[in-house]
Design a protein around this ligand. Structure first.
Ligand code: FAD
Length: 399
């Protein structure tokens, strides 16, 4: 494992840090308070080269290695983990196309993201199929002309209100069978009128090829209020064979491959948030005095700060180990992806909660960023597989 950054990586990270410092942090509490999706920041992030990291070079994408991607996502999350979730979601949705799509599919479904600041959604979770996605009921039935009809409901879908493309996992063959397919459904991006009207009434997209997609109104969330999350229902959506990625029965394998990629990236989100919680708490406890001393000089408080720092550093190590394993495609990359995700979620939760505690009553006030970080941290332990699922994977691999 190599810890030295190349000059290119260093420059790229400096650009992301500058972006976070100028575009996100100065307005973060105001933005979070509005609970409105920051489309303009997403557009600027695309211009800066922070979105679509995994798109192959053949179609003019960045084709970023896993270590660089993780470091970039970490820096963006230092600014806001919700914005990072939305940005990373493009790679989550598009990685399966980059990994298993044919050359024409890559051109058709990835190129638009290179050319325009568009957003994609990854549709796996359903109301009755969360951690156990094999219980999904979204199904595509084959028609006589060789096309399929897609029907089903997904929930908690990041970017759904704004998406111009949905990567959808669904059952195929028999609704109760084990075969899962992965299909791509491109749609028109929301019009300027839709954007200015907002999505309080949801969004309905009638597809020119047949069928429709209904996106629910954006979820009102505890945290990560700068990412967009909504339910999505597919109604008689016509799927042509060209929209099916790889083998139409191997969707389960593709999900696992995508999650092996996505979990280190969620770990990066956790590390970014944990670092931010540590920094705002260090700043606060260096300023405020009690018992005639800075809070950071009071022995028990210093122990807590030391514990926070250790959690951050250990989470960074686990993240780098998993990113290297992913880059080298080692057999045990899934194991280290789960380790990284759990370690980073633990660091994020610990640093946010203890950081709030070290702010005393002020930490409980919304005008202090630490209160936002506490709200944001919880989801890191949940999405892309809850803590128990990661432990299940680790236990299965080591025993
Ligand atoms: C903000 C947000 C964004 C999201 N974005 C997306 C997205 O873009 N695309 C997408 O497809 N999904 C997305 N999700 C869904 C997310 O991945 C799921 O919420 C997550 O996988 C957990 O599923 P669930 O909510 O149904 O919880 P459940 O599976 O019902 O689990 C509830 C609890 O049960 C326990 N539990 C579950 N399984 C086990 C087990 N095996 N052993 C022991 N205990 C267990 C755990 O304590 C767990 O927290 C998002 C969710 C949120 C909140």
């Amino acid at each position: 494992m190599e810890f030295n950054l190349s000059d290119h990586q260093r420059m790229y990270l400096e650009t992301v840090r500058r972006f976070v410092k100028t575009e996100i942090l100065p307005h973060i509490l105001e933005l979070d308070g509005k609970h409105a999706f920051p489309l303009e920041i997403i557009r600027k992030a695309w211009e800066t080269g922070i979105l679509n990291l995994s798109i192959p070079g053949d179609i003019k994408g960045y084709e970023m290695d896993a270590v660089s991607s993780a470091l970039i996502i970490e820096e963006l999350s230092y600014g806001d983990s919700g914005i990072a979730t939305s940005a990373m979601c493009n790679d989550l949705a598009n990685a399966v196309i980059a990994q298993n799509g044919s050359a024409p599919q890559q051109e058709a479904f990835l190129r638009p993201f290179v050319d325009h600041p568009l957003l994609a959604s990854f549709c796996l979770t359903e109301p009755g199929a969360g951690s156990d996605n094999s219980a999904m009921t979204t199904f595509m039935s084959r028609r006589e002309d060789g096309t399929y009809l897609l029907n089903g409901a997904k929930c908690f879908i990041t970017n759904a209100s704004y998406a111009s493309q949905f990567t959808v996992f669904c059952k195929v063959g028999k609704p109760t069978g084990n075969f899962m397919a992965c299909v791509i459904v491109p749609v028109a991006a929301p019009s300027p009128e839709e954007l200015s009207a907002g999505f309080d009434q949801g969004r309905k997209v009638d597809l020119p090829t047949g069928g429709s997609i209904a996106v629910g109104k954006p979820e009102d969330k505890l945290g990560q209020r700068l990412s967009n999350t909504a339910a999505v229902t597919f109604e008689d959506v016509v799927i042509a064979p060209e929209q099916i990625i790889g083998d139409r029965r191997l969707g389960f394998r593709y999900v696992i491959e995508v999650l092996d990629y996505a979990r280190p990236m969620v770990a990066a989100i956790g590390v970014g948030l944990a670092r931010r919680a540590l920094d705002v708490t260090l700043n606060y406890t260096r300023e405020r005095k009690q018992f005639g001393q800075r809070i950071c000089d009071l022995p028990v408080a210093r122990d807590t700060l030391t514990a926070m720092w250790k959690k951050v550093e250990l989470a960074k190590l686990a993240l780098m180990k998993s990113a290297c394993a992913l880059e080298e495609k080692t057999e045990d990359r899934g194991l280290y992806a789960s380790l990284a995700k759990n370690t980073a979620a633990e660091a994020a939760l610990y640093c946010a909660n203890e950081g709030l505690h070290l702010h005393g009553g002020y930490g409980f006030m919304t005008e202090y960023e630490i209160s936002k970080l506490v709200r944001d941290a919880h989801i890191i332990d949940i999405y892309e597989g809850v803590r128990e699922v990661q432990n299940m994977i680790i236990g299965r691999e080591i025993c």
